[in-house]
Design a protein around this ligand. Structure first.
Ligand SMILES: [Zn+2]
Length: 251
């Protein structure tokens, strides 16, 4: 007997979206069409069959190799899928079935695609960010506990904060990050947006120091900030008020 489970539905949706976001990230970076040609192995060009379209599963089953030509496949595919599922499922569990889930899922999708393009090419693409900003402005007209202007100010605060830091650090922050923070502000509002950036910088600094000390990167090598933006933003958005109460309890 089939019992409909919302959890299972969200996980399957996350797997399918993760697979789709990988394709979106790779093709937009190469300035190719998203729809054509259908997904294929980058090495032997063999089209993928439906059983290959969930990378995380086929990656494990085929031990990281193409079913047709045995070329090893980049671990970025299953990794991108894993990040998508984990992020969307966490957001669903905390936000719950409510209208807020719409801006929440939209922002999470934008953040995941940005992470995927950022770790591949150190780029966060306008063709991705701009449509999401447009949709989020419209969504915030109708959905949210706060007033529309509250979220609008959030967008302006996110954009301005990153712009100021970019100017102060002489380009240490990319243009893609600045526009991404406009979208984050539209969903989080001003206070949690600032918290998102503080947390992202904090986690980024810890990981950066660790990578420097272990010799994985050198000081001049730029580190993509996208993954830390994802972590900082979801933490602030989902647990920001609890974090703030906890922080204030020390004073
Ligand atoms: Zn192949």
């Amino acid at each position: 007997m089939f019992v409909f489970s919302m959890d299972a539905f969200v996980i399957v949706l996350g797997l399918l979206l993760g697979s789709f976001f990988n394709v979106v990230a790779i093709r937009l970076l190469k300035q190719q069409s998203i729809a054509f040609p259908p997904s294929h192995c980058p090495s032997c060009k063999h089209p993928l069959s439906p059983q290959d379209l969930i990378p995380i599963i086929s990656y494990v089953l085929l031990k990281g190799r193409c079913r047709y030509c045995q070329t090893s496949i980049s671990p970025l595919y299953p990794l991108g899928e894993l990040v998508t599922v984990l992020s969307l499922y966490t957001v669903y569990k905390v936000v719950g079935l409510s209208f807020e889930l719409i801006p929440a899922m939209l922002l999470t999708s934008l953040l995941v695609i940005s992470v995927l393009t950022d770790i591949r090419e150190k780029l966060i693409l306008n063709v991705v960010t701009f449509p999401f900003i447009g949709i989020l402005v419209i969504v915030r007209l109708f959905i949210g506990e706060g007033a529309f202007w509250y979220y609008l100010i959030g967008g302006i605060v996110g954009f301005s904060l990153l712009l100021l830091i970019s100017i102060a650090s002489k380009g240490g922050m990319g243009g893609g990050d600045i526009k991404l923070y406009a979208a984050i502000g539209l969903v989080l509002g001003p206070w949690l947006t600032v918290m998102s950036f503080v947390l992202a910088s904090f986690v980024g600094a810890i990981v950066g120091i660790f990578l420097l000390l272990t010799g994985k990167v050198n000081r001049k090598q730029p580190i993509p900030f996208g993954p830390y933006i994802l972590i900082g933003t979801l933490t602030a958005y989902l647990f920001g008020s609890q974090l703030w109460d906890w922080y204030r309890s020390f004073f």
